[in-house]
Design a protein around this ligand. Structure first.
Ligand code: NAD
Length: 259
């Protein structure tokens, strides 16, 4: 197993971010974990988490500011960066452009300058979605000419930049993009709260399509576990070529794996 001494989790205070901490804590116990986020880590966690948030190094900062990112990368002395920061669904296009595009470009630039070896980006399965059915797609499925919305468009732009930045033979900067679809599990701030809000407003009597639509939902612990494996693989001299410069859809295998 390759040695991952220190990982920087950008967006680590979020729903997926807390599960990233948990999965690194459990599966890579010797790795120092540092979180970089615009909002603080919660001081109290639910029973699903076994780490103590007071023992996690934390930098509060904005991904779009080079000096904030640079300070966190230098002080954490990280070997790998996992970038899972993004605005939530339903925001204005300008916010997605600012954080997903400018922020990711900024993070890539600083990470390269600081000589980081491994960069894992949390993309989204939505990068290939334009509202039409997607059946039996694999990672060769092209981006649509017109994206579903600003969120997915900017995730695709960021993903493209992350893949282009992959440069194993030159600077040694290795990148991979992971594409979950819907994520569910403890701490979710969008799916269940959104359904609950709709139900409370009585918005339960509409139907999309023929009511046989399928959608892919993945347990958050599995999505986080995939990130740990991706970071480890990027640092593994023998296995890194299998993943670097690639995108991967992330979904559940049956049965769902709960840590
Ligand atoms: P979340 O909102 O809970 O977490 C995102 C985190 O990013 C937050 O803690 C937020 O404070 C941080 N952040 C936002 N802007 C920032 C900035 N400028 N600087 C620093 N930090 C900033 O969202 P999540 O559901 O945990 O999503 C995590 C990642 O997974 C995102 O990249 C999202 O696009 C992707 N994703 C989520 C889902 C889903 O169903 N939740 C599905 C597919 C992909």
């Amino acid at each position: 197993m390759p040695q991952l001494n220190s990982v920087l989790l950008v967006g680590g205070s979020g729903f997926l971010g807390l599960h990233l901490i948990q999965q690194f804590h459990v599966h890579s116990p010797h790795t120092k974990i540092t979180v970089f986020d615009i909002r603080p880590l919660p001081s109290k966690l639910s029973k699903f988490f076994t780490f103590d948030p007071r023992e996690i190094a934390f930098f509060q900062g904005d991904l779009t500011l080079a000096q904030d990112v640079s300070k966190a990368i230098r002080q954490s002395q990280c070997d790998a960066i996992v970038h899972s920061a993004s605005p939530m669904h339903g925001m204005a296009q300008a916010i997605y452009e600012k954080v997903n595009v400018e922020g990711t470009f900024n993070l890539l630039k600083v990470a390269k300058e600081e000589g980081i070896g491994a960069f894992v980006y949390t993309s989204s399965a939505g990068v290939i979605f334009n509202g039409q059915d997607v059946v039996n797609a694999d990672e060769s499925w092209p981006y649509p000419e017109v994206h579903m919305d600003g969120y997915n468009e900017t995730k695709a732009t960021a993903e493209t930049a992350v893949m282009k930045a992959n440069d194993p033979a030159g600077s040694g900067f290795r990148t991979v993009c992971l594409r979950p679809a819907g994520i569910f599990g403890p701490g979710d701030r969008q799916l269940v709260p959104g359904l609950k809000a709709s139900a409370e407003l009585g918005q339960s009597k509409y139907q999309l399509g023929d009511n046989k639509n399928l959608f892919d939902w993945t347990y958050v612990g599995n999505v986080a576990d995939a990130h740990v494996l991706a970071a480890q693989k990027l640092l593994d001299e023998e296995a890194r070529d299998e993943v670097c410069g690639e995108t991967f859809f992330i979904t559940n295998d049956a049965p769902t794996y709960f840590w």
